[in-house]
Design a protein around this ligand. Structure first.
Ligand code: TNX
Length: 556
């Protein structure tokens, strides 16, 4: 009898044991992630996330744990129970001050646990982004049918090469809804990009509500007609349709918060003294000529720029007061690019200012303009960034330079001990063509240029001519997305992905760990993730292959 009971018990224990043992799901993603981490090694087996998975985290990491729980919840339809002691079958977050950099993390997955360590929530957030990419692709981001997801056993140690990893979006030339901007930010987060540069004002529109100056959005947010087809083509064709839109301050706050929740800082750009015609159309007294001005429907460089009269400065200060309140980050981008000086040359007020301040020419006047704005913003605890034209006529004392016309500006600024952000057109302009075949296809018009995927990938943000000391001023790279030829969100996505994915690796991955073939291999599951999210990416493997040969032939 006792023997029988013992046998029965043993049997029962076996049954219980095996039913508790999880079956490993089949579609485990062992391809790798982007950006490539400092070190990453796959191990044996997998961890299975399902309805029994628990979560442990210090209070400091609560927002990150919340982000992960919500994400997992949406995919396995289960809420993870928070536990307060280490256990198996759990995702365990640890705050570990020995990881010095705030963006560094470790992620260790074994069949027993997922362990994430970081010194700050930001590092933990990046571990979660890596984990996200290790999850299987579920079509349409749907809930897994089996209610479970397998994560491959892996050991990752990671930290970024650059502290600044940016991506810009021009919402002026074409305007995009809040929901789209959020998705853009979400994909940036997934790629560990930490700065969203938001180009909000230009000749073709003013896109941010400023309560003190309502005409900016009543008048300045709309144009009467937009150029169709290529900019240089004659005769020009116009669509004769009113076009525009703007973000209310509530929407701006919503986007800033959405970005903040993903550890992304938003840098607003308010253009001055050039690219300002939408503002002048709203308040013509701010120009030198009195107008008439119009919200432009064509691209390029326009001569109607802000006049250097006192009225302009008090207007800009009023605008920047509100902007500074809305954006908690340190930086405000003040533009500074492409400002033709024709009107200043003819303007009595400007010429009198040149004389009274002892300036030599209009370039120095622009420098005076920028320095005055810098001083005002520094007084509010903000720092300015400007396009590399702000070097002309003398740099403002604390300005950061965004180098876009090659890297000359960066080298010059670093030599003067100023911080620089690297966005040279030939590597970082995602509005340029990505495929040669697109240049022959009227359906995928672009502004010009040719920046294929491999070219983006090959970018080294540190100019060779800098000394070790000067290199420290290079904060990092940024991809720019100007939208003259991106009329729809689909077109933006087509142009941006996969090239922004390559730029993410440029900003994060150590130079010696970069490898284009490996990148293309790791790109595949990420593209599937994008497809599941409904992103209209432009990845065409056969074109990428062709483009590699073309680039090799050009010798770059
Ligand atoms: C130059 S980059 C510009 C933009 C255009 C872009 C088109 C820069 C500072 N200015 O206004 O949209 O080229 O590629």
């Amino acid at each position: 009898m006792t023997i029988k009971i013992t046998r029965l018990c043993t049997l029962l224990m076996f049954v219980l044991f095996y039913s508790a043992c999880k079956r490993t799901p089949e579609n485990i993603n062992r391809t790798g992630i982007i950006p490539q981490p400092v070190s990453m090694e796959f191990g044996e087996g997998a961890f299975v996330i399902d309805e029994d998975t628990k979560i442990l985290y210090p209070d400091a990491f609560a927002p990150v744990a919340g982000f992960l729980s919500e994400y997992i919840g949406s995919r396995v339809n289960a809420e993870m129970e928070r536990i307060d002691e280490e256990d198996s079958d759990a995702i365990i977050f640890r705050q570990d001050q020995s990881l010095e950099k705030e963006e560094a993390y470790t992620l260790k997955v074994t069949p027993k646990n997922i362990e994430i360590s970081a010194s700050s929530p930001k590092g933990a957030f990046y571990a979660v982004q890596s984990l996200r990419q290790l999850m299987p692709v579920l079509s349409n981001n749907a809930i897994s049918e089996e209610g479970e997801m397998g994560i491959p056993a892996v050991d990752i140690q990671d930290e970024p090469r650059f502290g600044y990893r940016g991506q810009m979006l021009d919402v002026v030339r074409h305007f995009f809804p809040v929901e789209f901007v959020k998705q853009y930010i979400d994909l940036m987060a997934m790629l560990k990009i930490n700065t969203f540069h938001w180009h909000l004002t230009d000749d073709q529109g003013w896109r941010i509500e400023i309560k003190k100056y309502p005409e900016l959005t009543r008048v300045g947010a709309y144009r009467d007609s937009t150029l169709i087809g290529l900019y240089g083509e004659e005769p020009q064709q116009w669509d004769k349709k009113r076009y525009g839109g703007f973000y209310t301050q509530e929407e701006v706050k919503e986007i800033v918060k959405y970005a903040q929740d993903r550890y992304i800082t938003v840098i607003p750009e308010i253009e001055m003294p050039g690219h300002a015609e939408a503002a002048l159309a709203s308040y013509p007294e701010l120009g030198c000529t009195g107008g008439p001005y119009q919200v432009q429907g064509t691209w390029g460089i326009h001569k109607n720029i802000f006049c250097t009269k006192e009225e302009t400065f008090s207007f800009l200060e009023g605008v920047l007061d509100e902007v500074a309140e809305l954006f908690p980050g340190t930086y405000i981008h003040i533009g500074g690019d492409e400002a033709p000086k024709d009107h200043w040359e003819q303007c009595e007020v400007c010429q009198a200012l040149i004389r009274s301040k002892g300036l030599v020419d209009e370039s120095e006047l622009q420098s005076y303009f920028v320095q005055r704005i810098e001083k005002y913003l520094n007084g509010k605890g903000k720092q300015i960034i400007g396009w590399d034209e702000i070097l002309e006529g003398g740099l403002a004392p604390n300005a950061t330079v965004m180098s876009w016309r090659g890297t000359k500006g960066a080298v010059e600024a670093a030599k003067q001990h100023h911080n620089v952000i690297m966005t040279p057109t030939s590597y970082c302009y995602l509005d340029y063509y990505q495929y040669q075949s697109d240049q022959d296809d009227r359906n995928v018009l672009a502004i010009g240029g040719y920046v294929p995927l491999s070219k983006v990938y090959s970018f080294d943000p540190i100019p060779e001519e800098l000394t070790a000391e000067q290199k420290k001023y290079v904060l990092g790279p940024q991809a720019n997305v100007w939208t003259e030829y991106m009329e729809t969100t689909d077109k933006v996505e087509y142009m941006v992905y996969p090239r922004a994915i390559a730029m993410a690796e440029v900003g994060w991955t150590a130079k010696e760990n970069k490898d284009y073939e490996s990148f293309l291999y790791r790109l595949q599951p990420l593209i599937e993730h994008l497809e599941a999210m409904g992103v209209n990416h432009g990845y065409k493997p056969e074109e990428v292959e062709k483009e590699k040969q073309t680039v090799a032939a050009i010798g770059e």
